[in-house]
Design a binder for this molecule. Structure first.
Ligand SMILES: Nc1ncnc2c1ncn2[C@@H]1O[C@H](COP(=O)(O)OP(=O)(O)OP(=O)(O)O)[C@@H](O)[C@H]1O
Ligand SMILES: [Mg+2]
Length: 273
């Protein structure tokens, strides 16, 4: 029997009311998205600022409901059964802000365990195991405010794993990290996706990271899904003369061909002239 998909989105639209001069004209953050994330492996969401990546992750995490359409996570509808969804997912949407800075690393994990109704002895064992996994055992009893940015990101990841979720949802998990810390997080994610059929869903701006880490990538642009495939398949679809960007075949070239814009250029804020 094929595994149930981790996420199914059907004709999902999400609007936000706009304020100020634009009041009355809704912002359409996601526009009729159909998307299936198969169980197991790492799935990457790519797209420029404002494309709708974080909105999509918040919909999957039950933090937002769709304006139209439906979102199912491991077979449970986020509108009808958000509790069932929350039991199966772990999310880090606020980066290092997802942990309490005035508690120690260990206290953060024990608190998260309590929120998930783990008995204290089980939570204590789980905290030890996760602290080891993210290489924070030696700093476990220091306050998080004394951690480095990379340590906080790793703790946030550990916190999201306390209840052993089947789906891990991460918004830009390596943003702001130095190359070595980013590489450590990527190694951890690859290991997490390998064991136990866990699914990892990430949003990233780092095309090279998506290329190396993700089995499948979806490219979003202005709320629409413009491509969905394995990174090598996306690159293979390009005509040979469009395949390179700076000499190498990259997802950047794919993005340019699909949208007419370069992802890095599209990322520049549009300052008023
Ligand atoms: N709570 C909100 N209220 C109003 N508009 C919102 C809200 N959240 C998102 N938006 C708008 O929805 C669109 C998509 O935003 P979203 O944060 O999902 O993009 P993103 O792809 O994550 O961008 P980034 O790469 O900058 O993180 C943007 O136009 C944004 O301004
Ligand atoms: Mg975002």
């Amino acid at each position: 029997m094929p595994l149930m998909p981790a996420v199914v989105m059907e004709r999902v639209t999400r609007r936000f009311p706009s304020r100020g001069r634009e009041a009355g004209r809704d912002i359409v953050a996601l526009d009729g998205i159909n998307l299936t994330v198969a169980a197991g492996g790492i799935f990457g969401l790519l797209g420029p600022n404002g494309a709708g990546k974080t909105t999509l992750l918040r919909l999957v995490s039950t933090l937002l409901l769709p304006s139209r359409g439906r979102v199912a996570v491991m077979g449970s509808d986020t509108r009808r059964d958000p509790e069932a969804v929350r039991r199966r997912i772990g999310a880090v949407l606020g980066g290092e802000r997802s942990v309490y800075w005035r508690l120690s690393g260990r206290e953060n994990l024990l608190y998260a365990g309590a929120l998930h109704d783990l008995p204290p002895r089980v939570a204590a064992g789980r905290a030890d195991e996760l602290l080891r996994m993210v290489a924070l055992t030696e700093r476990a009893d220091d306050l998080v405010e004394r951690y480095s940015s990379g340590m906080r990101q790793r703790l946030a990841l550990a916190r999201a794993l306390v209840h052993d979720p089947a789906l891990l949802i991460l918004d830009e998990p390596t943003a702001g990290l130095d190359p070595q810390a980013a590489a450590e997080v990527r190694t951890l994610l690859a290991a997490l996706a390998r064991d136990g059929g866990r699914t990892v869903l990430i949003a990233t701006h780092n095309l090279d990271e998506a290329d190396r880490l993700c089995g499948t990538v979806a490219i979003l642009d202005r709320g629409c899904l413009v491509a969905l495939d394995r990174p090598d398949a996306l690159k293979a679809r390009l005509p040979a003369d469009e395949r390179t960007s700076g000499g190498a075949t990259t997802l950047e070239a794919v993005f340019l061909a699909l949208t007419g814009r370069s992802l890095s250029a599209a990322d520049q804020p549009a300052w008023p002239q």
